[in-house]
Each structure stands twice: as structure tokens, then as C-alpha cells.
Design a protein around this ligand. Sequence first.
Ligand SMILES: Cc1cc2nc3c(=O)[nH]c(=O)nc-3n(C[C@H](O)[C@H](O)[C@H](O)COP(=O)(O)O)c2cc1C
Length: 180
Amino acid sequence: MNAIDCIKTRRSIRKFEDRPVDRELIASLVETASYAPTWKNTQTTRYIAVTDPQLKAKVAEECVLGYAGNTNIINSAPVLIVTTIVHGRAGFERDGSYSTSKEDRWEVYDAGICAQTFCLAAHDAGLGTVIMGVFDEAKAGQVLDVPEGQIVSALIALGYPAVSPDAPKRKPVEDLLSFR
Ligand SMILES: Cc1cc2nc3c(=O)[nH]c(=O)nc-3n(C[C@H](O)[C@H](O)[C@H](O)COP(=O)(O)O)c2cc1C
């Protein structure tokens, strides 16, 4: 698939086939995502692939702030990818001070680029994804035993799509682009 087609035909998928995803395939998606650009090549995004049904169900029940939409997505997906950030490197100087006025927000920026790169790689491989931001960060960190010094960035459902949704409407370029 060429890059433009991959970008334009990727959709958020919220219903999945009851079919597992090979670990080697998940690893290959992470390998592709590792080519995303990051602050001074710090590469602070980490990926936890949750395939254990009981742990996944616990996240679905206890970590989504009661949002049934996300509970259903996680229960439907064979894999839940949890992206985390090694805090305190992207956007920071060696002495621990912030490099810019955006302070530590560059690490979140990097994690977003990594997430989209992962989702595009998944789409190219015939898999579906949806990034989920509605979750309880502290509870997810505890349930998933996220290592000290890392913060949970996003939840990404992963699996073979059972649906093929239309693209939600996009804003016209005139609303998005200005020249100076
Ligand atoms: C940061 C972020 C958080 C999101 N959170 C959720 C979510 O919690 N639940 C959900 O169903 N979709 C979530 N989405 C998916 C968006 O709703 C979706 O990307 C948007 O409607 C555009 O649709 P498309 O991805 O198919 O182009 C999120 C997307 C992003 C980038």
C-alpha cells in the first residue's frame, strides 16, 4: 500500500474478529513504529501488548472511567496495546531542566507520533486499531504494573477488523492551512 492510501484509508476500528494476532506480527509493528521521529532520537515510547484475556477484561472493566464504548472495544479486541512514556528525557536537558517552554510536553508529542506510526503499520498489515484516550491513567498504571518512571500514554485496541467504517468528515484544507 502506498503511504497516501495508507494514511487516508486507515480508520478507527471498534469491532474485531475473534482471531488472535501473532506475537511476531505485533513485534514487527513495534519495529516499524521505532522509525518514528522523536526528540533528539530519545525513543521514549514503550509498548505493552496485553493478550491475557483476564488482564484485558480487568482493564476494560476498571480502567476506562465507566465509558462503555471503550469497555466494548477492549473486550472485542484480541490485543490491547498500552503505550507508555519513559518520563523525563524528551524535551529535557542532561541536567534535568526543560529545553523549551513546552516543558515535558514533547514526550507526549513523541508518543503520539509513535502511536500513529504503529496504527499505520497495523493498517498496512491488514489489522485495525483505535487509539483510546478515555481511561484512568493512574488505575491503568497500577493494573498493568507499569514500571517506575513510566507514565501510561494511550490505549490502542488491535485486531483483525470486523467492520469497515466510512471516514468521518474532514475539515476543508482552507480551514486548516494558512500562509504567511
Ligand atoms: C488522542 C485520541 C483519543 C481518542 N480516544 C478515543 C476513545 O477513547 N474512544 C474511541 O472510541 N475513539 C477514540 N479516538 C478515536 C477518534 O474518535 C477517531 O480517530 C476520530 O473520530 C477520527 O476517525 P478515524 O480515526 O476513523 O479517522 C481517539 C483518537 C485520538 C487521536
